[in-house]
Structures are given as C-alpha cells and as structure tokens.
Design a protein around this ligand. Structure first.
Ligand code: ATP
Ligand code: MG
Length: 570
C-alpha cells in the first residue's frame, strides 16, 4: 500500500475526506452532510464500486448524514432494469441502506428547463456541426480551438431549435446543445462542452418521452445540486471535470454541491471495468456475472466473501489521492481474519485414497474429538467417527518421496489428525500401476489423551470411509496471470492473460456436518450460508449449485497467503 493510504483501526488518523467534512461541519457550512452513490445501471457492481459504496455510506454514517442512491441513467442504449435490481441487491447485501432512491431521469424535465435558462443567459447554443467538425474545432492541448460558425446564434433561435430538438424534429446526430464558455480555455473540457445530444432510443424508465439526453457533465452536478449533495465524491479521473461541474452550478445559481476526487481501487490479477467484465461474461470466458472468480460483488458473494470482510478490506485500502494497485492478497487476508474466528472446522479429503487399517477390528467404530473452532473455546467439540477404512488425500502419500516429505510413505509413520499414528505397510495397485489402496497398521497406544504422547513428524487429515459423503469441490485461482493488468501493452488483449488454471474442480469426500450445509445456498442478498474451514485446505462455502444429493463447495481462500510473496512491483 502507498504511504498516503489511511491507516486502520479506531485510532487511525483522518483521511483527507474526513478532514474536509469535519472542517465543513465545524465551520457550520452545512448542518449535516449528504453523499450519494451514483452508479450507471449498465453492468453489475464490482469491488471498486464496493469501495465507493463503503466510502460514501461510511462517511454519512460517521458524521450523522445521509446517502442517496442515484442511478445515473442518462445513456438509454446501454442501460437495463436487470442492472438496477442487481445494484440494489448488492448494496443491501453489503449492509448499507440508502436514504432516497433517485434516477437522473427523474430530473430530465428540470435539467431541460435549466438548459433553457442557460440559453436565455446567452450561455448555451445549438451547434449544427458534425461530430467530426466539433472534435476538430476543439483544438489540442497545445493549440486553442476554433469557434463554431453557429456559436453566435440569437437567443430566440437557440431556444426555438432546442425546443424542436426535444420535440423530435431532428434526426440523431444532427445537432447538439453546447455550453458557451471559452474555445481557447487551457482545460479542453471547458471548450464549449456538449450538454445535450439527440438519441431516438427507448429509455428503460422514461420510454419514448425523450429523444434528447444530457451528457454526464451537464447531468451529474445538477442532479447532485437538486438532491443538495454536500460532498460529491468521485474517482480521480474526474478532477479535470471539476471546473465544469462548478461552472454549471455557478451559472445556474443552484445549490453549491462540491466534487472531491479519490484514487479508484485497482487490484492485482484482475480487471475492474464493467465493459471488460461484460465481455468476459458474453464470451463465456467465465460462468456469468457471479462466477466466483469475478471481482463483482455478486461473484465475491457466491464465492463466500462476507459483507464484513469486504467492508474491512475497504477500510484497509484507505482513501488515496494517487492511483495505486492493491495486492489481491490483502482482500484474502481480510476474509481469512474473519473466518478464522468464526468458521466451524470440518473435514474434507480431496482426491481421496483409501487406507485399510489391517489391525483395526472391522466392526469397530469409535469417535475422536476435535474442537469445533480452536479460536473459539465456546464453540465446543465435535465427534469424528473412526473405522478400519479411511480416506486420505492422494497428495499426502508418496511412494518415492523427496527428503523433506513428512507425510505418508511406504514403511513410514504419520499421525492422523485427532487420531492414531499409522504406518504404511503395503501399497496396492491396479493393472495399470495406479495406487488404489494402502494397507496400514495403527498404533493402539497412540490415541490422543491416552497413555504417553508420541510424536511423529507429519500429521494428515482423514475421513472414515463408511461415513464420508461424496462431494464436488471448486478451487479458484486468480483470474489473470498478470498482476498489473493496467500495464499490459496496448497491442495485447487483456483476455490473452486469462489464467487457464483459475478453476479446478476436484472430487472430494466431506464429513456429515459439511454435507448438512449443502442445501442452504440461496443466491441473492439474503445469503445465510455457513462458512466453514476444511482443515488444512482453506475456507469453504456451499455453492448455489449444491444440493443434498450432490454437495458442491467453493474455496473462498486458502489458509495461508499463497502468492503474495512472489509478487514484484514493475
Ligand atoms: P467502470 O469504469 O467499471 O465501468 P464506472 O465508473 O463507469 O465504472 P459507475 O457506475 O459510473 O461506473 O460508478 C459508480 C460510482 O462508483 C462512481 O462514483 C465511480 O467513481 C465509482 N467507482 C467505479 N469504479 C471504481 C473503482 N475502481 N474504485 C472506486 N470507485 C469506483
Ligand atoms: Mg461511469
């Protein structure tokens, strides 16, 4: 993390937004603050939006203000009600409640009237130039623009043309309304920016009522002002828009909302743009918006992330003024911290290999005891059935192991976690030479809590074969192979960096407690799934595909950070 990100914990110093707000409140500039979260309903929210949500709602909560949810629906061709619903669901799931729900389209009439007001003040005009002419007329960063031949139309003509634009008399692209500012302004955005364009398209809320739509720069600040937003927080790339934001408010003499910018959240090994995420979904490169590998809120939810884990991550990331990239392992650390304290421990064996204890009575069944959660003594103990046939992980046995392999090998001993020490006597193979079974003997004196404790180097986990339940386990890895996806060369496509090993589906056996959670998975905000730890393997949760007949578990994260150490900054 950068030096300019906030520290965490109750004693951390104020971030720059908190400083501004405290100052404003102390000086009595506002009685209370109003923030807003302004998504465009053109895709599902991602973890970057979660950061913005936590920030906007968090500030209002901290300072006793309120936060509006405002859909920035000024782009009729890309927006859809499906996205509106998913956005609301995601915010609620994250644990926030908005004061009011608004739509930029609610304000179309007001925005239109204000545009007329600017025309009457001689501060806006109808331009008949083509898009290309307008673009060329803007000039460049080093050369001033040239004024449009339509710039000095009379107020009456402008007002008349604008009314007729609204009435649908002109085709798409034939005219625009532009603010009349300064064609040689050093800030290119101030060179007579476009306020309205003609789009004959159906809008998901206003239908065919409108055929002119306001541009972001004309709509956003005015919507903020209507709602009396005191602190309009957006990402850094909008800092060049601020003079324009202020210009409209000043000329219209409306409530003076103020815009503040912070660095957008970027995370290693993933992309964070709705356009790219939509492409991945449409091309079938992932299994939908809620694919557990996606950085979307619904993807993280399906994977098993908790709202509190995401909120903690947002807090840890802090509020930066410079762009940076946050290591994805910080996100995993946040959820791991929480789950370590809360997740009941269970057993699962991936890619099981059968172990037959030849000296253990066939009919016998006994119970070992293990803590439900060693981090939480209140959680009590759980019984683990033990019989003469067990499953262990295939990876926990090697016929011809290297020196430092402390798990099971021919002739070697290992402790079964919470159980006996066993020794491998015989390796059974099929005709093709695949290992199908191990014959072992157990040491009856080695049961924990009885006799004297004998220690051996390795401990492995296991399940009684008779009690084990078949399941599918999905193991995820990072979605892309490249940590800094923002740095990939322009001639390359981000899709070329997809990690082919990002999803591994493994056959597994699980214990009955885990199996009992298999049918508790409901998509959506009312997710009540129990997150569990499969010992030695990581934290897991039942996937939505899970049924009592066929349990499916997602790995939320491993027990330890597996790839942060290998990360090198470019
Ligand atoms: P994208 O670029 O992913 O399409 P966007 O900025 O176009 O995102 P909006 O729906 O306009 O998406 O965003 C809603 C709010 O979320 C905005 O205030 C925006 O600044 C904020 N936001 C979007 N992406 C991030 C991010 N990566 N980090 C922090 N805030 C973000
Ligand atoms: Mg946007």
């Amino acid at each position: 993390m950068n030096g300019d990100t906030a520290q965490t914990g109750p004693e951390r110093s104020l971030n720059f937004l908190e400083e501004i707000i405290q100052e404003d409140l102390t000086q009595g500039k506002y009685k209370s603050i109003v923030t807003r979260f302004p998504p465009e309903p053109n895709g599902y929210l991602h973890i970057g939006h979660a950061k913005s949500i936590c920030l906007n709602f968090g500030l209002a909560l901290k300072y006793g203000g309120k936060t509006n949810l405002r859909f920035d629906d000024t782009n009729p061709t890309k927006e859809d009600i499906e996205y509106v619903d998913s956005i609301k669901e995601d915010i609620l799931w994250l644990g926030f409640r908005w004061a009011d729900e608004f739509y930029a389209s609610d304000y179309f009439e007001q925005l239109y009237q204000w545009a007329h007001m600017l025309i009457r003040k001689g501060l806006a005009y109808i331009d008949d130039q083509t898009q290309e002419e307008i673009r060329l007329g803007r000039g460049t960063v080093t050369t001033p623009g040239t004024e449009s031949p339509f710039r000095n139309r009379s107020v009456e003509e402008n007002a008349d043309l604008f009314t007729r634009m609204r009435n649908g008399e002109f085709p798409d692209g034939s005219r625009v309304l532009r603010a009349k500012i300064d064609m040689s302004h050093p800030n290119m955005l101030m060179r007579d920016p476009i306020m309205y364009r003609i789009i004959h398209a159906e809008h998901h809320r206003t239908g065919n009522k409108w055929c002119i739509y306001p541009m972001y720069d004309y709509a956003h600040g005015q919507c903020d002002s209507i709602e009396q937003i005191t602190h309009s927080i957006c990402t850094l790339e909008f800092d060049v828009h601020r003079p324009l934001y202020d210009w409209f408010i000043e000329k219209l003499e409306i409530f003076p909302s103020r815009q503040y910018e912070f660095a957008r959240l970027n995370i290693t090994y993933t992309v964070m743009s709705k356009r790219k995420l939509l492409e991945l979904v449409k091309a079938g490169l992932v299994n939908g918006w809620d694919d557990p590998r996606m950085p979307t809120i619904c993807g993280l939810r399906r994977r098993g992330y908790t709202p509190s884990g995401i909120r903690l991550f947002s807090e840890k990331v802090g509020v930066a003024k410079r762009d940076n990239v946050i290591d994805i392992s910080l996100m995993e650390w946040c959820i791991r911290e929480e789950l370590n304290k809360t997740a009941p421990r269970c057993m699962a064996v991936l890619d099981p290999l059968k172990v037959v204890l030849i000296n253990y009575p066939r009919e016998k069944e006994e119970y070992m005891t293990a803590p439900v959660n060693p981090e939480d003594p209140q959680a009590g103990e759980r019984p683990i059935p033990f019989t003469n046939e067990l499953y262990i992980e295939r990876d926990d046995f090697m016929e011809d192991p290297p020196k430092k392999f402390f798990r099971l090998r021919p002739g070697g001993e290992v402790r079964l976690k919470y159980g006996y020490i066993i020794r491998c006597d015989k390796v059974i193979k099929d005709n093709e030479g695949n290992i199908t079974e191990l014959h072992c003997t157990y040491d009856p004196e080695s049961k924990p809590g009885t006799g004297t404790w004998r220690s051996v180097k390795g401990t492995i986990h296991w399940l009684s074969a008779a009690h084990a339940i078949q399941a599918e386990v999905r193991l995820f890895d990072k979605l892309f192979t490249e940590p800094y996806m923002g740095n990939i060369p322009e001639e390359k496509d981000y899709r070329d960096f997809l990690n082919p090993g990002s999803l591994r589906t493994v056959k597994a056996c699980i214990d009955n407690h885990a199996a009992g959670l298999a049918n508790k998975a409901v998509p959506g905000k009312d997710d009540t799934r129990t997150r569990i730890q499969f010992e030695r393997l990581g934290y897991f949760v039942a996937d939505y595909d899970s049924t009592p007949e066929r349990p499916v578990f997602n790995r939320i994260c491993t027990l330890k950070d597996t790839f942060a150490k290998t990360l090198k900054r470019p």
